[in-house]
Design a protein around this ligand. Structure first.
Ligand SMILES: Cc1cc2nc3c(=O)[nH]c(=O)nc-3n(C[C@H](O)[C@H](O)[C@H](O)COP(=O)(O)OP(=O)(O)OC[C@H]3O[C@@H](n4cnc5c(N)ncnc54)[C@H](O)[C@@H]3O)c2cc1C
Length: 388
């Protein structure tokens, strides 16, 4: 079959309907979130749930719409064009830790957590990073010991998006004494369990409305069925993370594509020297460059989603998409700020926010350079030992 670069009529309809909803309903909410730093309200999350946005690619048996990853990414882009913070709960449920729970968790856990997420009753965050384990994630030291029917966790997590606010956490931890990746698995921990506490809310360059904090686990005990991935399952976790990478890429892309949409309108309205600034060739070239970058990023993301075997994209496809989208998110939003002049730099308009939010995706979820190492590794067919 020939390659087909068109969305299906159903996908186009979904995209149009989310776009309309996002443009009409979300700008004021986005502005409120940015001003106050408050995450999306329970009412808004319930609204997302009603529309099915929290379970687009989750099987119907678990309360989702049963559509594909591409559909989820289409929805995330349209909402995140208005605001990454507003789109964040959709990102967490459709491409984040919830998918790992759905795919790898015990039946009892998946059936307790996933439908509740789809109904908008709970939000789940991911806790991987630690003070001394960022890019070197496999240096993490949070420990979980299984004892009969329960599992007890001890350790500290850092930079958890949703920290202190989310109702549940997928905690990456050591479930055996095996060194490096071999001992790593993941356990689901509810917010209100004894021994779990949170650090101060972080103040970041962007990501206002996405809570972030350290997490302290001090003899936190949860039932053994909360082990989502046992020791030795790090590769599985990374498979699910390949999809998260596409979601991260889409959040970055959306900052760029939203910036481009607004810039196209602005340069046709704004007049200087007696004519719309789009009549200046230097402005035309900037628009063209932005468009090339946005389209190329979107194609890489769509390809990763469409090539996905068994629902999860490959490391190469997802790292290419993430890395490119992370880089263009920075340049395109920067150019858009420039094109809007003083209005681009003013906090009264969303452009400078897109620039700040757009920057973060190239650090979150594995830095740009770590993606490049993944890409080179796939090219030569072996992993590079960063420690040797
Ligand atoms: C906005 C935001 C949201 C986040 N959300 C979450 C979350 O929800 N859950 C979570 O667990 N974590 C989260 N993180 C943490 C994120 O995963 C880490 O910040 C990231 O993995 C990088 O780790 P680090 O900050 O320790 O940087 P480091 O690993 O210390 O890296 C610092 C710099 O050194 C470079 N570097 C490191 N090692 C190498 C190498 N081998 N080769 C070349 N360059 C290298 C990196 O590219 C980077 O530029 C978030 C971070 C941000 C910024």
């Amino acid at each position: 079959m020939a390659m087909d670069f068109q969305l299906t009529p159903e996908q186009t309809e979904l995209q149009d309907s989310v776009r309309r909803y996002a443009r009409e309903r979300l700008p004021d909410i986005a502005e409120h979130i940015e001003r106050t730093g408050e995450p999306p309200s329970a009412e808004l999350i319930a609204e997302f749930a009603d529309m099915g946005y929290l379970g687009i690619n989750i099987p119907e048996e678990l309360g989702g719409l049963g559509l594909g990853n591409l559909e989820a990414l289409i929805v995330i882009e349209e909402v995140a064009k208005i605001s990454a913070a507003v789109a964040f709960p959709i990102f967490e449920s459709c491409v984040g830790p919830v998918r790992a729970i759905e795919r790898f968790g015990t039946e009892s856990l998946a059936s307790a957590v996933v439908p509740a997420v789809c109904r908008g009753e709970i939000v789940v965050a991911i806790a991987m990073s630690e003070p001394n384990a960022g890019s070197a994630l496999t240096d993490l030291t949070t420990r979980a010991s299984i004892d009969g029917d329960s599992v007890t966790l001890n350790g500290n997590k850092r930079w958890c998006s949703g920290g202190g606010h989310a109702d549940g956490y997928l905690v990456y931890c050591r479930l055996s004494d095996d060194p490096g990746a071999k001992g790593i698995g993941a356990v689901y921990v509810e917010k209100d369990v004894d021994g779990l506490s949170f650090g101060e809310q972080e103040s970041l360059m962007g990501f206002r409305g996405v809570p972030s904090s350290d997490i302290y686990l001090d003899n936190v005990t949860v039932p053994a069925d909360h082990v989502v991935v046992p020791a030795g399952g790090f590769k599985k976790l990374m498979t699910a993370f390949d999809l998260e990478r596409c979601g991260n890429a889409t959040m970055g892309l959306a900052q760029a594509s939203g910036a481009l949409d607004d810039a196209i309108d602005y340069v046709q309205e704004r007049k200087q020297f007696g004519k719309p600034i789009v009549d200046f060739q230097a402005v035309q070239l900037k628009l063209a460059e932005m468009k090339m970058q946005v389209e190329a990023a979107r194609l890489l993301i769509y390809r990763a989603a469409c090539n996905a075997e068994q629902g999860m994209p490959s490391m190469l496809d997802s790292s290419l998409a993430k890395c490119f989208a992370n880089e263009i998110a920075r340049t395109v939003t920067g150019t858009a700020v420039q094109l809007l002049g003083g209005y681009g730099y003013s906090k009264e308009y969303p452009m400078e926010r897109r620039m700040r939010d757009g920057w973060g995706w190239g650090i979150a979820g594995g830095s740009i350079d770590i993606q490049k190492i993944n890409i080179a590794s796939a090219l030569v067919g072996r992993r590079f030992n960063q420690r040797a």
